[in-house]
Design a protein around this ligand. Structure first.
Ligand code: SF4
Length: 347
């Protein structure tokens, strides 16, 4: 059987992508810009951004001299804005530190802002003919499936193993075609879901395919258990209207309207009184849970029928009828809770 690299190179020449706007050039500015834009974004999304960016900032000098706001405006919509800040800083470092010339050596390229080892190697391969492997998300997936590499690719031991494996597969010649083949194969054939193994040039010795494990490789990131938080929220109802309070501008649901929480050291009566209400009857409802990025919140709703008491309520208190909730800026879990409680389609 011919080597992994030979099969990829042959496939690339017949089936790979050859006319993307950043191909067929060895200009490090264009290659670098495309590599950064493609880091977390798909090719079809990147193309119009790349062309607009290049028209406005045609080279390192133009980008380095541009105001930060202008750079961010041309990035706006691509997401992951640290990339744009690093891009600007990198252009300034290239102009200041290297007299406008881009370094050729992968290790030096990797010292520039926003450029990791894989991106540095890709630039060195495409622009300066280096012989170096890459290991972006697509290539990690391709290699872990083909070689049956176990473990989450982001774990340092697994990453080191993948780098060693990537080094061992490098061909002696046509490295740029080989690297482009890995990128294209990962993006179009060895896709995250439903890989097209029938069209793959390395299917014959692919471990994941042989063992029917394409769904399991690469191994998913281990899920850590989220810390738990609990709160009691008051659903204060008077004459069919529900009391809502604006959340503080920062923190969870910042600035949205939500149900009042029973603060530590208070009971429901005191909390209601603080909001200008007197509880007539109350009923504890089934708890609901919601996961945030860093914790899981369990909300116990306390449904209370109230009368507005003759005392000043906290500023910002809003009484909304069920019919007005659809237009209100509510967090999704609160909207869902109220929809069930008030038996209204407020989604
Ligand atoms: S055979 Fe399937 S799983 Fe294996 S490398 Fe090719 S596309 Fe990926």
């Amino acid at each position: 059987m011919t080597s992994f690299a030979e099969r990829l190179i042959r496939w690339q020449k017949r089936h790979g992508r050859h006319d993307l706007p950043w191909q067929n050039t060895r200009d490090p500015y264009r290659v670098w810009l495309s590599e950064i834009m493609l880091q977390q974004t798909q090719v079809v999304t990147v193309i119009p951004y790349y062309q607009r960016f290049l028209a406005r900032f045609p080279d390192f000098d133009a980008l380095a001299a541009a105001p930060a706001d202008d750079v961010m405006a041309h990035w706006s919509g691509l997401g992951y804005y640290a990339r744009a800040r690093n891009l600007h800083a990198c252009a300034q470092a290239v102009v200041a530190g290297h007299g406008g010339g881009f370094p050729h050596d992968p290790a030096t390229i990797a010292t520039l802002p926003g450029i990791g080892r894989s991106t540095a190697n890709a630039i060195a391969v495409f622009c300066f003919g280096a012989r170096a492997p890459i290991l972006d998300g697509n290539v990690k997936r391709l290699l872990s499936r083909h070689a049956g590499i176990e473990g989450w690719p982001g774990a340092s031991a697994v990453e080191s193993q993948s780098w060693r494996h990537a080094e061992s597969l490098l061909p002696q010649a046509e490295v740029a075609t080989y690297i482009q083949a890995q990128m294209d194969l990962g993006a179009t054939i060895c896709t995250r879901s439903k890989p097209k193994c029938g069209l793959c040039p390395v299917a014959a010795d692919c471990v994941a395919r042989r063992d029917s494990r394409t769904d399991e490789l690469p191994t998913a990131k281990p899920r850590r258990k989220l810390p738990e938080r609990e709160t009691t929220m008051l659903v204060l109802i008077e004459s069919g209207r529900v009391l809502l309070l604006p959340r503080p501008p920062t923190g969870i649901w910042g600035g949205l309207l939500s149900l009042p929480e029973v603060a530590a050291g208070r009971d429901a009566e005191k909390e209601a009184a603080h909001l200008g209400c007197r509880i007539v009857s109350q009923r504890l409802l089934a708890a609901v849970s919601h996961s945030f990025t860093h914790f899981r919140l369990t909300i116990t709703p306390l449904l209370c029928e109230v009368r507005s008491a003759d005392i000043a309520a906290e500023p910002g208190v809003r009484w909304l009828a069920a019919a007005d909730l659809a237009q209100a800026a509510l967090p999704a879990p609160i909207r869902k809770l109220l929809a069930v409680l008030l038996d209204q389609p407020i989604v």
